[in-house]
Design a binder for this molecule. Structure first.
Ligand code: ZN
Length: 367
Protein backbone atom coordinates (compact mmCIF):
# COMPACT_ATOMS: atom_id res chain seq x y z
CA UNK A 1 0.00 0.00 0.00
CA UNK A 2 1.41 3.36 -1.02
CA UNK A 3 1.59 6.24 1.48
CA UNK A 4 -1.17 7.94 -0.47
CA UNK A 5 -3.50 4.90 -0.23
CA UNK A 6 -2.75 4.56 3.47
CA UNK A 7 -3.60 8.24 3.99
CA UNK A 8 -6.96 7.79 2.20
CA UNK A 9 -7.81 4.81 4.40
CA UNK A 10 -6.89 6.67 7.62
CA UNK A 11 -8.96 9.64 6.46
CA UNK A 12 -12.00 7.42 5.80
CA UNK A 13 -11.74 5.77 9.24
CA UNK A 14 -11.25 9.11 10.98
CA UNK A 15 -14.34 10.73 9.41
CA UNK A 16 -16.45 7.66 10.24
CA UNK A 17 -15.28 7.78 13.89
CA UNK A 18 -15.94 11.50 14.06
CA UNK A 19 -19.51 11.03 12.74
CA UNK A 20 -20.30 8.55 15.53
CA UNK A 21 -19.11 10.82 18.35
CA UNK A 22 -21.98 11.87 20.75
CA UNK A 23 -20.29 13.77 23.58
CA UNK A 24 -17.45 16.21 24.21
CA UNK A 25 -15.31 13.73 26.14
CA UNK A 26 -15.21 11.40 23.09
CA UNK A 27 -14.40 14.36 20.83
CA UNK A 28 -11.47 15.31 23.08
CA UNK A 29 -9.95 11.85 22.90
CA UNK A 30 -10.55 11.76 19.12
CA UNK A 31 -8.64 15.06 18.85
CA UNK A 32 -5.74 13.65 20.87
CA UNK A 33 -5.74 10.38 18.92
CA UNK A 34 -5.36 12.13 15.52
CA UNK A 35 -3.93 15.61 16.12
CA UNK A 36 -2.18 15.18 19.48
CA UNK A 37 1.59 15.28 20.09
CA UNK A 38 1.83 11.49 19.75
CA UNK A 39 -1.11 11.31 17.38
CA UNK A 40 -1.65 9.58 14.06
CA UNK A 41 -1.09 12.78 12.07
CA UNK A 42 2.29 13.35 13.71
CA UNK A 43 3.24 9.75 12.97
CA UNK A 44 2.29 10.13 9.30
CA UNK A 45 4.25 13.41 8.98
CA UNK A 46 7.37 11.80 10.43
CA UNK A 47 7.34 9.24 7.62
CA UNK A 48 7.42 11.79 4.75
CA UNK A 49 11.23 12.27 4.77
CA UNK A 50 11.63 8.54 4.08
CA UNK A 51 9.48 8.68 0.94
CA UNK A 52 10.87 8.86 -2.58
CA UNK A 53 11.65 12.45 -3.56
CA UNK A 54 8.93 12.66 -6.27
CA UNK A 55 6.28 11.50 -3.74
CA UNK A 56 7.28 13.88 -0.93
CA UNK A 57 5.60 17.06 -2.29
CA UNK A 58 2.26 15.40 -3.08
CA UNK A 59 2.23 13.48 0.26
CA UNK A 60 2.90 16.65 2.28
CA UNK A 61 0.10 18.47 0.43
CA UNK A 62 -2.47 15.68 1.00
CA UNK A 63 -1.48 15.36 4.66
CA UNK A 64 -1.99 19.09 5.14
CA UNK A 65 -5.40 18.95 3.48
CA UNK A 66 -6.36 16.03 5.73
CA UNK A 67 -5.23 17.95 8.81
CA UNK A 68 -7.27 21.01 7.81
CA UNK A 69 -10.41 18.98 7.08
CA UNK A 70 -10.13 17.19 10.42
CA UNK A 71 -9.53 20.43 12.38
CA UNK A 72 -12.49 22.08 10.62
CA UNK A 73 -14.89 19.13 11.26
CA UNK A 74 -13.87 19.01 14.93
CA UNK A 75 -14.50 22.77 15.28
CA UNK A 76 -17.94 22.37 13.65
CA UNK A 77 -18.96 19.53 15.91
CA UNK A 78 -17.88 21.07 19.23
CA UNK A 79 -20.76 23.61 19.81
CA UNK A 80 -23.43 20.99 18.91
CA UNK A 81 -22.14 18.61 21.56
CA UNK A 82 -21.92 21.31 24.22
CA UNK A 83 -25.63 22.21 23.84
CA UNK A 84 -26.80 18.60 23.65
CA UNK A 85 -27.88 16.98 26.96
CA UNK A 86 -25.05 14.96 28.43
CA UNK A 87 -25.89 11.36 29.27
CA UNK A 88 -23.51 9.88 31.76
CA UNK A 89 -23.74 6.35 33.08
CA UNK A 90 -26.89 4.31 32.43
CA UNK A 91 -29.86 5.74 30.58
CA UNK A 92 -32.92 6.53 32.72
CA UNK A 93 -35.54 3.76 32.97
CA UNK A 94 -38.33 5.10 30.77
CA UNK A 95 -40.73 2.36 31.94
CA UNK A 96 -40.89 3.82 35.49
CA UNK A 97 -44.18 5.60 36.39
CA UNK A 98 -44.14 9.38 35.99
CA UNK A 99 -43.83 11.89 38.79
CA UNK A 100 -47.10 12.09 40.75
CA UNK A 101 -48.66 15.56 40.64
CA UNK A 102 -50.89 16.28 43.64
CA UNK A 103 -53.93 18.03 42.19
CA UNK A 104 -55.93 18.05 45.44
CA UNK A 105 -59.32 16.53 46.14
CA UNK A 106 -62.68 17.22 47.69
CA UNK A 107 -62.76 17.50 51.49
CA UNK A 108 -64.58 14.49 53.05
CA UNK A 109 -67.17 16.81 54.65
CA UNK A 110 -67.96 18.48 51.32
CA UNK A 111 -68.02 15.16 49.53
CA UNK A 112 -70.57 13.89 52.09
CA UNK A 113 -72.56 17.14 51.77
CA UNK A 114 -72.62 16.79 47.98
CA UNK A 115 -73.72 13.13 48.28
CA UNK A 116 -76.58 14.06 50.64
CA UNK A 117 -77.71 16.97 48.42
CA UNK A 118 -77.50 14.69 45.36
CA UNK A 119 -79.83 12.08 46.91
CA UNK A 120 -82.49 14.67 47.84
CA UNK A 121 -82.12 16.56 44.54
CA UNK A 122 -82.95 13.34 42.70
CA UNK A 123 -86.16 13.16 44.79
CA UNK A 124 -87.10 16.66 43.60
CA UNK A 125 -85.87 18.80 46.51
CA UNK A 126 -84.56 22.30 45.70
CA UNK A 127 -81.42 23.55 47.43
CA UNK A 128 -81.84 26.74 49.51
CA UNK A 129 -79.25 28.86 51.34
CA UNK A 130 -79.48 31.48 54.05
CA UNK A 131 -77.29 33.83 56.11
CA UNK A 132 -74.87 32.50 58.73
CA UNK A 133 -75.42 35.64 60.81
CA UNK A 134 -79.00 35.47 61.97
CA UNK A 135 -81.33 37.33 64.29
CA UNK A 136 -82.98 35.87 67.35
CA UNK A 137 -86.37 35.88 65.63
CA UNK A 138 -85.36 33.57 62.77
CA UNK A 139 -83.06 31.36 64.86
CA UNK A 140 -85.45 30.93 67.82
CA UNK A 141 -88.76 32.78 68.14
CA UNK A 142 -90.25 31.92 64.73
CA UNK A 143 -89.26 28.26 65.28
CA UNK A 144 -91.41 28.07 68.41
CA UNK A 145 -88.36 28.10 70.70
CA UNK A 146 -89.52 30.05 73.78
CA UNK A 147 -87.46 32.74 75.51
CA UNK A 148 -86.71 30.50 78.48
CA UNK A 149 -85.54 27.57 76.32
CA UNK A 150 -82.02 26.44 77.32
CA UNK A 151 -80.68 26.76 73.73
CA UNK A 152 -81.18 30.55 73.99
CA UNK A 153 -78.65 30.64 76.79
CA UNK A 154 -75.63 32.84 75.99
CA UNK A 155 -73.42 29.79 76.50
CA UNK A 156 -75.26 27.81 73.83
CA UNK A 157 -75.05 30.43 71.08
CA UNK A 158 -72.56 33.02 69.80
CA UNK A 159 -74.19 36.46 70.17
CA UNK A 160 -72.77 39.36 68.14
CA UNK A 161 -72.38 43.04 68.95
CA UNK A 162 -73.84 44.34 65.67
CA UNK A 163 -75.70 47.63 65.77
CA UNK A 164 -76.65 48.61 62.21
CA UNK A 165 -75.39 46.01 59.76
CA UNK A 166 -77.91 43.69 58.12
CA UNK A 167 -77.04 40.00 57.84
CA UNK A 168 -75.61 39.07 54.44
CA UNK A 169 -76.74 36.14 52.32
CA UNK A 170 -73.90 33.59 52.37
CA UNK A 171 -74.22 32.77 48.64
CA UNK A 172 -75.05 36.07 46.94
CA UNK A 173 -73.38 38.52 49.35
CA UNK A 174 -76.56 40.60 49.09
CA UNK A 175 -78.27 41.83 52.21
CA UNK A 176 -80.81 39.43 53.59
CA UNK A 177 -84.37 40.68 53.86
CA UNK A 178 -84.87 42.98 56.85
CA UNK A 179 -85.27 41.17 60.08
CA UNK A 180 -88.57 41.31 61.84
CA UNK A 181 -89.33 44.08 64.34
CA UNK A 182 -89.01 41.45 67.00
CA UNK A 183 -85.72 40.32 65.38
CA UNK A 184 -83.80 40.75 68.61
CA UNK A 185 -80.05 40.29 68.92
CA UNK A 186 -77.72 39.15 66.14
CA UNK A 187 -76.09 35.74 66.51
CA UNK A 188 -74.28 33.04 64.54
CA UNK A 189 -77.03 30.62 63.58
CA UNK A 190 -77.01 27.53 65.80
CA UNK A 191 -78.86 25.40 63.21
CA UNK A 192 -79.96 25.63 59.56
CA UNK A 193 -83.65 25.72 60.56
CA UNK A 194 -83.96 29.55 60.28
CA UNK A 195 -83.64 29.06 56.51
CA UNK A 196 -86.95 27.12 56.67
CA UNK A 197 -88.57 30.32 57.95
CA UNK A 198 -86.87 32.50 55.30
CA UNK A 199 -87.99 30.14 52.51
CA UNK A 200 -91.59 29.96 53.79
CA UNK A 201 -91.76 33.76 54.26
CA UNK A 202 -90.97 34.18 50.55
CA UNK A 203 -92.89 31.29 49.05
CA UNK A 204 -96.34 29.74 48.99
CA UNK A 205 -96.78 25.96 49.44
CA UNK A 206 -96.24 23.37 48.07
CA UNK A 207 -92.48 23.45 48.60
CA UNK A 208 -89.72 20.91 49.01
CA UNK A 209 -86.25 22.21 49.93
CA UNK A 210 -83.03 21.10 51.51
CA UNK A 211 -80.70 23.56 53.22
CA UNK A 212 -76.98 22.75 53.50
CA UNK A 213 -74.71 25.06 55.49
CA UNK A 214 -72.44 25.88 58.42
CA UNK A 215 -73.77 26.21 61.95
CA UNK A 216 -72.10 27.40 65.15
CA UNK A 217 -72.26 26.42 68.80
CA UNK A 218 -69.87 27.43 71.58
CA UNK A 219 -68.76 23.84 72.23
CA UNK A 220 -65.30 23.05 73.52
CA UNK A 221 -63.45 21.08 70.79
CA UNK A 222 -63.43 17.36 71.62
CA UNK A 223 -63.52 14.12 69.55
CA UNK A 224 -67.31 14.55 69.13
CA UNK A 225 -67.82 18.34 69.31
CA UNK A 226 -66.55 21.37 67.40
CA UNK A 227 -67.74 25.02 67.50
CA UNK A 228 -68.47 24.99 63.75
CA UNK A 229 -70.00 22.13 61.80
CA UNK A 230 -72.33 21.50 58.85
CA UNK A 231 -76.00 20.58 58.76
CA UNK A 232 -78.44 19.62 56.07
CA UNK A 233 -82.01 20.58 56.78
CA UNK A 234 -85.02 19.29 54.84
CA UNK A 235 -88.53 20.76 54.59
CA UNK A 236 -91.63 19.70 52.68
CA UNK A 237 -94.91 21.57 53.05
CA UNK A 238 -98.17 21.17 51.16
CA UNK A 239 -101.73 19.91 51.43
CA UNK A 240 -102.07 16.42 52.90
CA UNK A 241 -98.37 15.92 53.74
CA UNK A 242 -98.17 13.29 56.47
CA UNK A 243 -95.68 11.33 58.56
CA UNK A 244 -95.89 8.58 55.92
CA UNK A 245 -94.24 10.90 53.38
CA UNK A 246 -91.47 11.68 55.87
CA UNK A 247 -90.86 7.98 56.45
CA UNK A 248 -90.79 7.20 52.72
CA UNK A 249 -88.37 10.03 51.88
CA UNK A 250 -86.01 9.17 54.77
CA UNK A 251 -86.08 5.46 53.97
CA UNK A 252 -84.90 6.20 50.40
CA UNK A 253 -82.21 8.51 51.80
CA UNK A 254 -80.88 5.94 54.32
CA UNK A 255 -80.72 3.17 51.72
CA UNK A 256 -79.00 5.38 49.15
CA UNK A 257 -76.54 6.86 51.63
CA UNK A 258 -75.65 3.74 53.64
CA UNK A 259 -76.58 0.77 51.44
CA UNK A 260 -79.72 -1.07 50.30
CA UNK A 261 -79.81 -3.40 53.33
CA UNK A 262 -79.92 -0.47 55.81
CA UNK A 263 -82.98 -0.46 58.05
CA UNK A 264 -84.44 2.62 59.71
CA UNK A 265 -86.47 3.22 62.85
CA UNK A 266 -88.15 6.22 64.48
CA UNK A 267 -87.68 6.94 68.16
CA UNK A 268 -90.03 9.45 69.85
CA UNK A 269 -88.27 12.69 70.75
CA UNK A 270 -88.92 16.38 71.36
CA UNK A 271 -88.06 19.47 69.29
CA UNK A 272 -89.90 22.78 69.81
CA UNK A 273 -90.45 23.27 66.06
CA UNK A 274 -91.94 19.84 65.26
CA UNK A 275 -94.88 17.87 66.68
CA UNK A 276 -94.70 14.92 66.80
CA UNK A 277 -90.90 14.68 66.75
CA UNK A 278 -88.68 11.67 66.23
CA UNK A 279 -85.02 10.75 66.18
CA UNK A 280 -84.08 8.50 63.27
CA UNK A 281 -81.76 5.53 63.82
CA UNK A 282 -80.29 3.22 61.20
CA UNK A 283 -78.88 -0.27 61.64
CA UNK A 284 -75.23 0.12 62.68
CA UNK A 285 -73.11 0.33 59.53
CA UNK A 286 -70.11 -1.20 61.31
CA UNK A 287 -71.68 -4.37 62.76
CA UNK A 288 -74.70 -4.36 60.36
CA UNK A 289 -77.03 -4.40 63.37
CA UNK A 290 -75.48 -7.60 64.80
CA UNK A 291 -74.42 -5.67 67.97
CA UNK A 292 -71.07 -7.51 68.09
CA UNK A 293 -67.87 -7.37 66.05
CA UNK A 294 -66.09 -10.31 64.39
CA UNK A 295 -64.48 -11.25 67.75
CA UNK A 296 -67.93 -11.45 69.35
CA UNK A 297 -67.18 -8.32 71.42
CA UNK A 298 -69.75 -5.56 71.90
CA UNK A 299 -69.61 -3.22 68.83
CA UNK A 300 -67.87 0.02 69.90
CA UNK A 301 -69.67 2.17 67.28
CA UNK A 302 -73.24 1.40 68.40
CA UNK A 303 -72.21 0.40 71.98
CA UNK A 304 -73.81 -3.01 71.44
CA UNK A 305 -77.19 -1.46 70.51
CA UNK A 306 -77.20 -2.46 66.84
CA UNK A 307 -78.63 1.01 65.99
CA UNK A 308 -77.03 4.43 65.49
CA UNK A 309 -78.75 7.80 65.52
CA UNK A 310 -78.33 9.84 62.33
CA UNK A 311 -80.92 12.63 62.31
CA UNK A 312 -83.82 14.40 63.97
CA UNK A 313 -87.21 14.86 62.30
CA UNK A 314 -90.90 15.53 62.76
CA UNK A 315 -94.05 17.20 61.48
CA UNK A 316 -93.69 21.00 61.32
CA UNK A 317 -95.36 22.51 64.42
CA UNK A 318 -98.60 24.40 63.53
CA UNK A 319 -97.21 27.48 65.37
CA UNK A 320 -94.24 27.58 62.94
CA UNK A 321 -96.60 27.47 59.93
CA UNK A 322 -98.77 30.22 61.46
CA UNK A 323 -95.65 32.35 62.15
CA UNK A 324 -94.94 32.54 58.40
CA UNK A 325 -98.59 33.17 57.54
CA UNK A 326 -99.52 29.66 56.37
CA UNK A 327 -102.95 28.26 57.25
CA UNK A 328 -102.05 25.34 59.53
CA UNK A 329 -105.54 23.87 59.04
CA UNK A 330 -104.91 23.61 55.30
CA UNK A 331 -101.18 22.90 55.10
CA UNK A 332 -99.00 20.37 56.85
CA UNK A 333 -95.35 19.51 56.41
CA UNK A 334 -92.37 17.64 57.73
CA UNK A 335 -88.81 18.70 58.52
CA UNK A 336 -85.60 16.89 59.32
CA UNK A 337 -81.99 17.84 60.02
CA UNK A 338 -78.68 16.01 60.20
CA UNK A 339 -75.06 16.76 61.08
CA UNK A 340 -72.85 16.29 58.01
CA UNK A 341 -69.65 15.64 60.01
CA UNK A 342 -71.44 12.88 61.94
CA UNK A 343 -72.52 11.17 58.70
CA UNK A 344 -68.99 11.54 57.25
CA UNK A 345 -67.49 10.07 60.45
CA UNK A 346 -69.80 7.04 60.23
CA UNK A 347 -69.26 6.57 56.51
CA UNK A 348 -65.46 6.87 56.55
CA UNK A 349 -64.88 5.41 60.07
CA UNK A 350 -63.38 8.63 61.48
CA UNK A 351 -63.23 8.78 65.27
CA UNK A 352 -62.40 12.47 65.88
CA UNK A 353 -64.34 15.44 64.42
CA UNK A 354 -61.30 17.75 64.92
CA UNK A 355 -59.44 15.91 62.13
CA UNK A 356 -61.71 17.66 59.57
CA UNK A 357 -60.28 21.10 60.33
CA UNK A 358 -56.62 20.30 61.04
CA UNK A 359 -55.72 20.43 57.34
CA UNK A 360 -53.42 17.43 57.68
CA UNK A 361 -52.52 16.28 54.16
CA UNK A 362 -51.91 12.69 55.32
CA UNK A 363 -55.48 12.53 56.66
CA UNK A 364 -57.16 14.36 53.77
CA UNK A 365 -55.39 12.42 51.02
CA UNK A 366 -57.11 9.20 52.15
CA UNK A 367 -60.44 10.29 50.69
ZN1 ZN B 1 -72.52 -1.65 65.74
Amino acid sequence: MSFQQELESVKETALKELGAIKDSAALDSFNTKYLGRKGIFRDLSSRIPQLANEEKGQAGKLLNEFKNILAQRIAEKEPDLKSAPQVSGDLPDFTLPGEDKNIGRQHPVYRTLADICGIFSRMGFEIAYGPEIEDEYHNFTSLNIPLNHPSRDAFDTFYLNLKTEEPKNERTGKEAESSSVEGGRWLLRSHTSPVQIRVMQNRKPPLKVIVPGKVFRPDKPSPKHFPMFHQVEGLMVGEGISFTHLKGILDVFCKEAFGASTEMRFRPSFFPFTEPSAEVDITCIICNGKKVNENNESCPTCHGEGWIEILGSGMVHPNVLENVGYDSEKYTGFAFGMGVERIAMLKYHINDIRLFTENHIGFLSQF
